[in-house]
Design a protein. Structure first.
Length: 158
């Protein structure tokens, strides 16, 4: 048979468990203080749920802090204005035509090598060598077939 608990018994049990929890919490605070080397009294105050209590500030205190921050911002803006007026924004870097061509040629060589591999053909050692060393895409390396050399050009496939 299940026991019937009255409200008085349940209330007493809750109070007993809460007291046990308070004792355990205080013992935990003492042990943590021993680990950190600080006295147990210096532990952060907490509410009944074990959370840290929030600090409150008066409206006058908030106004004083806000005013001090405004003064700091005004001072920093006032000092930095002449410096920012004299300095120009850096010019955007631009790729030279020769650099653009070199990048495009290298990409063509890599794609030609990839197309040869996908087609199931073993890429010739000369084509691999040309792709690695950076030979111009339009020129044929020694030992490379015309077909392989043509595949390095844009828009053509092997």
């Amino acid at each position: 048979m299940a026991q019937q608990f009255t409200n008085e018994i349940i209330t007493a049990a809750i109070q007993g468990f809460e007291e046990q929890k308070r004792r355990i919490d205080s013992q935990l605070v003492e042990l943590k203080a021993m680990l950190s080397g600080k006295p147990a009294d210096a532990a952060a105050p907490s509410d009944s749920n074990g959370r840290r209590k929030r600090r409150t500030m008066s409206a006058a205190g908030r106004r004083a802090i806000a005013e001090a921050q405004r003064k700091r911002w005004a001072a920093s803006k006032g000092e930095s204005e002449p410096a920012s007026a004299t300095s120009e924004t850096p010019k955007k870097r631009k790729l030279s035509p020769a650099g653009r061509k070199a990048i495009a040629d290298a990409a063509r060589r890599r794609w030609a090598l990839r197309r040869a591999e996908v087609a199931g053909q073993a890429a010739s050692p000369a084509l691999k060598k040309a792709a690695k060393r950076g030979a111009p895409a339009g020129k044929r390396a020694k030992g490379t077939s015309k077909k392989a050399a043509a595949s390095t050009r844009v828009g053509t496939a092997v």
